[in-house]
Structures are given as C-alpha cells and as structure tokens.
Design a protein around this ligand. Structure first.
Ligand code: AMP
Ligand code: ZN
Ligand code: ZN
Length: 407
C-alpha cells in the first residue's frame, strides 16, 4: 500500500518540523477499537501492563454518545461531543445537505466538508510539528486544508505488525522530519467482541494478539535512543462492548407506522427523520413510548442533557435511546448473537481503555473515570501547542487528575 505523503496543506509543515519545535516530546496514541476498560484487568496482557506499570491507567474512559467508532475517534482528536463535531453516528443523514454520510462510503470519508472541529494533527501541523497517522477516523480528509504529513488510506487488511513497523520507521527518521504526533489504530479486539461477545475467549485471544503488536512497538521505541525517553505512549479505545442478540430486539415497524419516517440508523439507538413536522414527530414519539419498555424516544431537543446530543439536525427529529443490550431496527433484521456498543456512555460496559506513560507521568497510578473529550486538550498541552477554541473538553482537567494520583 502506498504511503500518502501529505499534500502540502496551505498551513501544514510539509513534513519538516519547525526549528523551534524540535525539542518537543513525541506522542504516540494507539487506539484499540472496542477495548473495554475491564479487559485490562481480566486478560493477562504483559505489554499493556508495561505501559500501566510505567505510567497511569484509568478505571475507565467515558465515550461520547453514541458510543460508536466514528463519533468517538473523532472526539478523541478534537475534544468535542458528537453534536459539536458533526459525526453523530457511523452513518447519518444530513437534512440540510440532503445527503448521507457513512463510514463505508469511501468518497464521503475523504470529504472534509463533513467534519467540524480541528483534529490534533491539524493543531500540530499548523504550529510547526509534523504529524503522522497509520489510520485514524478523519485523517484522510484535508480538514481545514490540513492532513497529517504522513497518512494512509484506511485498509483493514493491512497486518497489525506492518502498521507497527511503519510507525517505527517514522520514529527512526532524522529529527527534522520525525513526526511528533503519531496516531495508529487496530480493530482486532472490536471484531472479536462483535462476533463472540465481550466475555468470549475470542476477545481474550484478540487482545493477546494485539498485546504482541504493542510489545513490538514498545521494544522498537526502546531501541531508539533519541526517542525513547521523550515519548508519551497513550493507549485508548473508542468504547466498550455489551452482549446483544435477537431476544433483546424491538422491530420499530411493529411499533409505529413507518410512512414518511426515515430510519437513518438503527441498533443501540435509532435516528429518525420524520415528514409532517413537529406535530407528527411528537405523536410518533408518544406512540413509541407507549409501547416500549426497553428504551425511550425523545424529540431531538429533549434528548437528556447528559448525552450532549441535541444541536445537530443530522441527529434526526426523533432519537430512540435503547437500554443496555437492547437494539431497535426493522423487524426483519434482528441482530445476531454477539456483542455491540453505542449505548449511553455512563454504562460501565461502554467504558474504554485509557493508559499512558511518558516524561513526568509517575509510575503505577490509577485515575478515576473521565470523559474522552479531555484527551485533545491534554495532548495539546503535552506538546506545548495552543488548542483550538470552542471545544467541549477542558484544558488541564486530565492533567490535574494524573497529578492528583501522583500525590
Ligand atoms: P463499529 O461498527 O462502530 O464497530 O466500527 C468498527 C469498524 O470501523 C472497524 O471494524 C473498521 O472496519 C471501521 N473503521 C475504523 N476506522 C476506520 C477508518 N478510518 N475508515 C474506515 N473505516 C474504519
Ligand atoms: Zn469502535
Ligand atoms: Zn464495533
């Protein structure tokens, strides 16, 4: 697969660190999709433990709603809730554009006009630090005219070891071109969780396989004398995983008349766009709520404030928020037995992995749960960068949690 050298964005580095930035540390943020917070304790993972023992781990990192891959990867790098950054699901309908976005639409994912906010790689590139990504949601789109100087078109077939070896080769580059902000991504644990459920032996072996890939990365970094003591290793996941199956399923079309109702996305939540205005939407909401015990329908404006899921018309006129394990969709398409995610981020089953080591982070500490929107401003701080304005995360909040654990 070809390496995509960054088209020199008007405001990017063009692949060369500004002279004033070369003493900055390095951040390597690795996403293990669907790695639920408790897997760390449950499964023996010696290389994950290396990071935990050298640094800090969280009891659990709280995702944004919906607890799905695209919204959360983009929240991790922008510090925004999904209603703010615009990726309100893995797929959604935009009534203003009259168009659909889907994570499997290779044209849409490359189109920067879908994305709001400023990803951390753009913050870095604009301020003179080279960024690189071996896969991350939105890294392929020139958001604000900027991509990471080194990036890859998403291809889930690329072997995990090859991803590691590429990142190591980037970190071995001469200091002027060596990326300071690196993201990478692995989907193996999420795949196993969907197919076999969060408590399955398949998840254990997927996690052990990725533990091997992480070990290869850590060993490689330890062999780079200019890098090893100046690098923050940040292990994250986008969300957790819960059991799902046909016995916990509601057929939306058995509950309401679907005439004029567009189901943009179903599953752990349903996003409905309704023809007929606010009055019809309110009637439909009431019909759903009268018949359903295992979830609740809300008009967009009434979605509980804790979910931060009101602002964007892409969310739909009605949102049906299902309880843990329960899903909703067309009656003919019940889910298979296995696992999924997307539910209320306060459910512990949705909590994600967070562990980090690096300069100034004391060894072997545990911090309480925190929201993933605090990752962006924290990384900006680690790299001495000015974060973008108008984010939902708070500068200093995660740093203070880590410092408090060290006392
Ligand atoms: P989910 O359905 O929310 O579990 O999404 C997980 C899937 O998202 C993975 O199995 C990948 O196939 C896909 N995925 C992750 N990152 C990307 C990306 N950057 N571009 C396209 N698809 C991705
Ligand atoms: Zn995911
Ligand atoms: Zn998934």
């Amino acid at each position: 697969m070809a390496l995509c050298a960054g088209i020199l964005g008007a405001q990017g580095t063009g692949g060369v660190n500004a002279l004033s930035q070369r003493d900055k540390p390095y951040v390597v943020m690795i996403s293990f999709d669907g790695f639920r917070a408790d897997y760390l304790q449950r499964i023996g993972l010696p290389n994950f433990d290396r990071v935990v023992q050298r640094g800090v781990r969280s009891v659990g990192m709280i995702p944004v709603f919906p607890s799905k891959t695209f919204p959360n990867h983009y929240s991790l790098v922008t510090g925004m809730y999904s209603e703010t950054h615009g990726l309100v699901g893995n797929r959604f309908w935009d009534p203003e554009r009259n168009a659909a976005y889907s994570m499997s639409d290779t044209v849409a994912v490359l189109d920067a006009s879908w994305y709001r906010g400023e990803p951390i790689w753009a913050t870095a590139e604009k301020q003179g630090l080279v960024a690189a990504s071996f896969f991350w949601v939105a890294s392929e789109a020139p958001i604000g005219g900027v991509r990471p100087s080194l990036w890859k078109k998403y291809d889930g077939r690329v072997a995990n070891e090859a991803r590691v070896d590429s990142v190591l080769s980037w970190l071995a580059m001469p200091a002027d071109r060596r990326p300071h902000m690196v993201t990478m991504y692995f989907s193996t644990v999420d795949n196993a969780g969907h197919a076999s459920g969060p408590l399955s032996p398949q998840v254990d072996s997927a996690a052990k396989h990725l533990d091997g890939a992480l070990g290869r990365l850590l060993d490689g970094i330890d062999r780079l004398p200019d890098v090893k003591d100046r690098t923050y290793i940040v292990l994250v996941a986008d969300h957790g995983m819960s059991e799902v199956g046909p016995r916990w399923y509601v057929g939306l079309d058995t509950v309401i008349d679907m005439t004029g109702v567009q189901l943009a996305e179903g599953g752990t939540l349903a996003n409905l766009h309704v023809k007929g205005g606010a009055a019809r939407a309110a009637v439909l909401r009431d019909s759903i709520n009268k018949r359903m015990k295992f979830g609740r329908a809300h008009l967009r404006a009434d979605v509980p404030a804790s979910l931060h899921y009101n602002k964007d018309p892409r969310i739909g006129d009605i949102v049906v928020v299902m309880n843990d394990h329960w899903t909703i969709g067309m009656a003919s398409r019940p889910p298979r037995e296995g696992g999924t995610h997307g539910w209320d981020p306060t459910y512990p089953n949705m909590h994600a992995l967070f562990a980090a080591s690096g300069p100034g982070i004391a060894a072997g500490k545990v911090i309480p749960t925190f929201e993933n929107i605090d990752i962006y401003p924290w990384i900006a701080e680690l790299l001495g960068l000015k974060p973008a304005k108008d984010i939902d995360g708070k500068s200093g909040r995660l740093k203070r949690l880590i410092e408090a654990a060290q006392k």
